[in-house]
Design a protein around this ligand. Structure first.
Ligand SMILES: [Zn+2]
Length: 278
């Protein structure tokens, strides 16, 4: 299989309000553009992740607090999709995966959450694969313009993980003292070319780490007209996906992160999926 696309209608029905409205239109747009009918492209409707896996990442108190937020169910479903997709990629059954989600993950730390994030989907999936010995090294490249503090809290100290974080403040915002932590602080008005200059550097670092799986935390809130910093055109996401494929012919798992504007979500998703499925 060339590309596995993870999608569930409940990402909208139970999803977090600023993020959920983009999901169904983007998925339907992929279908309309023919991306899902291409040879080697399959769609997976995930099951919720087992709580046992979440307990290896988050404290019991964290899980209780997320329960009180009302977004535990959709967060478990979103995380289930990332866990399933990354297993399929790690097993070599799919070369790449693109995961829609109903709530994001990178601001969820071991015991704390904010910014539309509840359960750290990527950290849960990464630790599942590492702890079961399915892979020995993982790279996470987070191009969402908000600092991935939760992922850094959970995976930053782990010598088996390279964590590269894009964000919109010079000087760094989190603990970069872990063995394989890299931060790229870029200006608020960062455009396509400056972004790609750093993306190439980030992906070179990821390639040199020789991971068996690359997660991309794909926040398109960095687009002009969406709510995050940076002023990227959706063509930047196409260029980024091409740059990923230049270094990783297989073994990547894109996970949706920030981004709320429906039309940008459609264009951003199709830009990446078009490249990954070609
Ligand atoms: Zn963001």
């Amino acid at each position: 299989m060339r590309l596995l696309v993870v999608y569930h209608p409940d990402f909208y029905h139970g999803g977090y309000p600023p993020l959920k409205d983009r999901v169904e239109p983007a998925f339907l747009y992929l279908r309309k553009e023919g991306c899902l009918d291409r040879p080697g492209v399959q769609v997976l409707e995930p099951e919720p992740v087992q709580l046992e896996l979440v307990r290896r990442v988050h404290t019991e108190r964290h899980i209780e607090d997320v329960g009180l937020s009302g977004f535990l169910e959709v967060s478990l479903l979103s995380t289930g999709g990332v866990v399933e997709a990354s297993r399929v990629v790690a097993d070599g059954e799919a070369e790449h995966a693109f995961c829609f989600v109903g709530a994001a993950g990178h601001h969820a730390s071991r015991e704390g959450f904010w910014g539309f994030c509840f359960i750290n989907d990527v950290a849960t999936a990464a630790l599942d694969l590492l702890n079961r010995g399915l892979v020995n090294r993982i790279a996470v490249v987070d191009i969402d313009p908000h600092y991935g503090d939760g992922t850094r809290d959970i995976l930053g100290p782990d010598p088996r993980v390279l964590h590269v974080n894009f964000h919109s403040s010079y000087g760094g915002l989190g603990d970069a003292s872990g063995p394989h932590n890299v931060d790229f602080g870029l200006p608020h008005d960062c455009g396509d070319d400056l972004f790609m200059e750093h993306a190439d550097a980030a992906l070179d670092r990821a390639r040199d780490f020789e991971p068996e799986l690359l997660f991309v935390v794909f926040g398109y809130d960095s687009a002009i007209g969406d709510y995050g910093a940076f002023r990227l055109s959706t063509d930047a996401y196409r260029r980024f996906a091409r740059a990923v494929l230049e270094r990783f012919e297989a073994g990547t798992c894109f996970v949706l992160s920030g981004g709320a504007e429906v039309d940008i979500g459609k264009a951003a998703s199709v830009s990446v999926v078009d490249v990954l499925s070609s």
